[in-house]
Design a protein around this ligand. Structure first.
Ligand code: KG4
Ligand code: ZN
Length: 357
């Protein structure tokens, strides 16, 4: 079965074709990074307009590079949320129109499930198929930072999440404070590689709590206070040291909490996914710590970690095989409807929010 996936939830317009073995037959992504860079973050209105402009070209380029072309597609999958609603409407409208005109099944995919299933994507026929269930997955991107237990493609449990900012958002805000531009992750990653993380250390968030939650707002405030006191470092060396100190705190929090989750859930397999999984220090520390703890670590290639339509197509394949075709009931949503609200207590159980009075 070949599924055409369409992704337009944030600032990447993507289309891809994937089969039930996870093999990617075609994959095109148009990034809007340059468009949003002057604003230091994604501007929803501009994102939606750029999707309208680009999506036809992206889908056409995908189908042109696909052996067998449009005729070889069995179904269409589209991200229906979470994401920016104006952006989601572009992808969902096109997917609906295509499914209707081709008389093919249409399936709505949760974007986060796409990220969590990314390790099953195979870029070449000789790539080994996926990994074994269950696994623990750290999803760290610009919009989300959470830990999941994945027992099967349809049994996914959220076990911990950030109380405030996402890890990628923390990188982006830190880069803004340091005058480094957008997106912050790749710039800080490169700069920090030249710095000494011990020269300007920051406290690792949430490590005394021993739970499975994250928090990055305090770390950002600590950096902001430091800059207020000392100014933005004028010399490249100190700038690199501060970037390295900040990055070390983010990465240690991500790695140690993920390892704690693997131990508590007794699942010795960890997947890193989302844009932040591209981070070189995160990859290095996770590799060494997982080695020490006897945890098998899987980090999909960069193109599968950041927003892409191949992961959406693959989640769509599995959904179709498991539950059958959806009857065009696509409903875009900005927040994940499955995402639990509230905080996780020290025993890992969710403490529900008090109902509004
Ligand atoms: O998954 P993604 O492409 O988009 C969503 O947010 O869904 O993630 C983008 C985020 C941005 O915040 C960016 O700064 C961060 O991932 N990022 C990185 C790196 N590359 C991208 N963060 C740290 N290190 C990197 N090398
Ligand atoms: Zn994403």
């Amino acid at each position: 079965m070949r599924v055409l996936g369409i992704e337009s939830s944030c600032d990447e317009t993507g289309a891809a074709v994937v089969d039930e073995t996870g093999l990617v037959h075609a994959d095109v992504v148009a990034s809007q990074i340059k468009l949003h860079a002057p604003y230091g973050g994604v501007v929803p209105e501009l994102a939606a307009r750029a999707h309208v402009k680009n999506i036809g070209h992206v889908v056409r380029a995908t189908l042109e590079s696909l052996e067998g072309g449009l005729a070889s597609i069995d179904a269409i999958a589209v991200t229906q949320g979470p994401g920016l609603v104006g952006a989601l409407l572009v992808g969902t409208s096109l997917a609906k129109a295509m499914a209707w005109s081709l008389d093919k099944p249409l399936v709505g995919v949760n974007h986060l499930e796409g990220h969590l299933l990314a390790p099953f994507l195979r870029r070449r026929p000789e790539d080994a198929p996926g990994l074994a269930f269950p696994y623990v997955a750290l999803l760290a991107s610009g919009g989300h930072t959470a830990i999941y237990r994945v027992d099967s493609p349809t049994e996914i449990e959220l076990v911990g999440q950030t109380r405030d900012d996402a890890a990628g958002e923390a990188y982006d805000k830190a880069a803004k404070l340091l005058g480094l531009g957008y997106p912050g992750g790749p710039v800080i990653d490169r700069l920090a590689a030249k710095g000494d993380p011990a020269a300007h250390p920051f406290a690792v968030p949430m490590q005394r709590k021993k739970g499975l939650e994250f928090s990055f707002a305090g770390l950002k405030t600590a950096l902001a206070r430091k800059i207020e006191r000392e100014g933005v470092p004028a010399d490249e060396r100190t700038l690199a040291d501060v970037a390295a100190g900040f990055q070390e705190a983010v990465v240690r929090s991500l790695v140690e909490t993920s390892i704690r989750a693997c131990k508590e859930l007794e699942v010795p397999r960890l997947v890193l996914t989302g844009g932040v999984a591209a981070n070189s220090r995160l990859r290095a520390l996770a590799t060494s710590r997982c080695g020490e703890e006897g945890i098998a670590l899987v980090i999909p290639p960069f193109s599968s970690c950041t927003d892409n339509a191949a992961m959406i197509a693959y989640a769509g394949v599995l959904e179709l095989l498991e539950v059958g075709p959806d009857d065009l009931t696509i409903a875009p949503y900005s927040r994940d409807p499955q995402r639990k609200r509230g905080r996780f207590g020290p025993d890992g159980r969710l403490i529900p929010r008090k109902p509004p009075r």
